[in-house]
Unconditional design. Sequence first.
Length: 264
Amino acid sequence: MSTATAQKPTLITLPVSLYNDFGRWSLESAGFDYEERRQALMLHVFASRLKGGEGTTPMLLTGDQKLTNSTAIAEYADAAAPAAAHIYPQDPAERAEAREFVEWLTGEFGEATRRMAWEFLPDDVPTIERYWTPGVPGWQAKAMPVLLKTGKPIVKRALGLTEEKLTAAPIKVTEILDKIGERLSDGRRFLNGDFFGIHDIVFAAMASPAVCPTDGYPVPHFQPEDFPAVHADRIRGFREHPAGAFAMRMYAENRTPATRGSYA
Ligand SMILES: N[C@@H](CCC(=O)N[C@@H](CS)C(=O)NCC(=O)O)C(=O)O
């Protein structure tokens, strides 16, 4: 390993994950160079804890700083961004609105989109293996299925997979897609008008488990065909919603390679 590589900030991630991709996309759009260390599912909890994190990923280690959640990583990326590549508006009032928007979407929306996908995944270890092993250490790929079999109740508890919350999730997702659709209804190109940035990144990343991007996602993403018909149909419906179609477009056109933030 070269000295340059060893000194790069390290991002601990899972291959497929809305919060992890929010972190990655923010860093890349702000022009921030980092080395990704992908972990297998469940082992990511240990990797995070071992480095003093909260047992979640993404987690960014810069040498002198430890950022333990996706929003903190996005803000850090913005602070380090060169002029004209900021991902957050720099005007204080607009920035405050952007922060509220991020908080809203990483909260109830992200939790609901993730919960919908995970209703079915804990019982389908081969699908988990297919999508959560690309780029992870070989020993982790081997250990993951065994851990998943015993750890299923932990996963279900961590994601709040109760009947009540699973029933509420599609309603919440639709409600928020409708609100985003309203914001887009004047024909604007990006969620904040002409400027590509944090609104687009956080919305598309949080929508990703619901729409399952076909283009632009940096690793293979699970698709409708991986689920029972009831959920496959819901994904197809979300893709047809104007806000869902917008999320798909953000991935296809602005994710890989990541479009630079467009705030001065
Ligand atoms: N608020 C955190 C949430 C991150 C998160 O929930 N990450 C998941 C993967 S998508 C995780 O690591 N979950 C493990 C756990 O909660 O035990 C953030 O924004 O980074």
